[in-house]
Design a protein around this ligand. Structure first.
Ligand code: PLP
Length: 389
């Protein structure tokens, strides 16, 4: 009864885990939840206030399917400021979250059996979204020793005549990877040389702990589809605002697709796009970014020096991806990382996500979107399970 296309789709591992955790918590277990994928801050008050006004101002109807013109103009100003590229509103499609932007971008670019390169560890949804578009995800392993950076040398052996495109994600989930300008330029050159499109998922764009974001969109706006949104940088995950900025024919195609499968994203949320982007340096936001930087330092310090574990220092986002493989196996603390995550949950009441969800065995993703006091206790419990006093 269920279609071939949907029958094989896996549920989002992180969302399923979260609903299981909520059950445990409802049953009275006190769990330190470091599996979370969203900021633990309320949406800033100035944005909430704008939403209340917008309802009274009549932002309550259908807008253009690709998004209200004022919201798309605000995104154009944001792109000019942050990526140094002048774009026209016709190049912007606003969707119900970056996940929908990614899905529609892939549906617009991928033909059946096209191969799409992506680095592993990767965000949970990429392979399934590529398959939903009838494409073939091709994962390219990266290493913690080199900061999980993708390079042309790593990608080259995976090229075939069917390779159509490449998904980049910086700052990365689950690794926090942020590459240098030269490294990004080399990846764009690789794509040019091999006639590949690039989808660049920059949903964590304001959460940069060291240096700055280097977007491939700034290097080659014709070839690159830039995906971002309000979810992470403005603590607005539930408001469902994502966007794609790309070349005009592609944006038109995505607009047609969206007009048929969902139409415009929530009008009230759209009314807040200009307010949010224009106040990107509001003290409430800067304080949130600074808190994440401090927590990153705390995690790095707390996990450093544990024998047999390896991680690269996250340059952005709010995750740290810890390779435990030296501590796993028959004589280790658990047979594999899934079993380790389960022990951590059952015995220490700490929830993390096992690396298998991100296409990488032997590792766990720890989120630091929780208060410092909780992080400190969780680090103690992880050290405890690993037998470090
Ligand atoms: C790398 C990455 N891309 C996209 C998304 C989806 O963002 P949104 O909530 O705006 O759909 C997430 C959310 O976890 C993410 O981590």
């Amino acid at each position: 009864m269920i279609s071939q296309r949907v029958r094989t789709i896996q549920p989002s591992a992180t969302l399923s885990l979260n609903s299981r955790l909520q059950d445990l918590i409802r049953n009275g277990r006190e769990i330190l939840n470091l599996s979370v994928g969203e900021p633990d801050f309320p949406t800033p008050e100035f944005i909430r206030e704008r939403a209340k006004e917008a309802i009274d101002d009549g932002w309550t109807r259908y807008t253009a399917a690709s998004g209200h013109i004022e919201a798309r103009q605000a995104i154009c100003r944001h792109i000019a400021r942050t990526r140094q590229v002048e774009v026209d509103p016709s190049q912007v499609v606003i969707s119900s979250g970056a996940k929908q932007s990614l899905s529609q971008c892939l549906l617009s670019l991928v033909d059946p059996a096209d191969e799409v390169l992506l680095g592993a560890p990767h965000w949970v949804s990429y392979p399934e979204l590529v398959r939903l578009a009838d494409g073939v995800p091709v994962t390219v392993e990266t290493r913690s020793q080199t900061g999980h950076r993708l390079t042309p040398e790593l990608l080259e052996p995976h090229l075939t005549p069917r390779t159509a495109g490449l998904i980049l994600n910086e700052p990365g989930n689950p690794t926090g990877t942020v590459s240098s300008a030269e490294e990004i330029a080399a990846l764009v050159e690789f794509a040019r040389d091999n006639d590949l499109w690039i989808i660049s998922d920059e949903i964590y764009e304001s959460l940069i702990h060291d240096g700055e974001l280097h977007s491939p969109y700034s290097v080659d706006p014709q070839r690159v589809s830039l995906i971002s949104g309000l979810s992470k940088s403005f603590s607005m995950t539930g408001w469902r605002i994502g966007w794609t900025v790309c070349n005009p024919p592609q944006a038109a195609a995505m607009g047609r697709l969206q007009s048929q499968n969902s139409a415009n994203p929530c009008s009230v949320s759209q009314a807040c796009i200009a307010t949010a982007l224009e106040h990107h340096d509001h003290p409430e936001l800067l304080s949130m970014y600074e808190t994440f930087r401090r927590r990153r330092d705390l995690m790095v310090e707390g996990l450093s020096g544990i024998p047999g574990i390896n991680f690269s220092i996250p340059g952005g986002a709010f995750y740290i991806f810890v390779d435990l493989s030296e501590r796993l196996g028959p004589a280790g603390v658990a047979p594999d990382a899934d079993a380790f995550a389960l022990r951590l949950l059952e015995e220490k009441n700490v929830a993390v996500v096992a690396g298998s969800a991100f296409g990488c065995e032997g590792a766990i993703r720890i989120s630091f979107a929780r208060p410092e006091a909780e992080l400190l206790v969780a680090i103690e419990r992880i050290r405890d399970l690993l037998g470090v006093s």
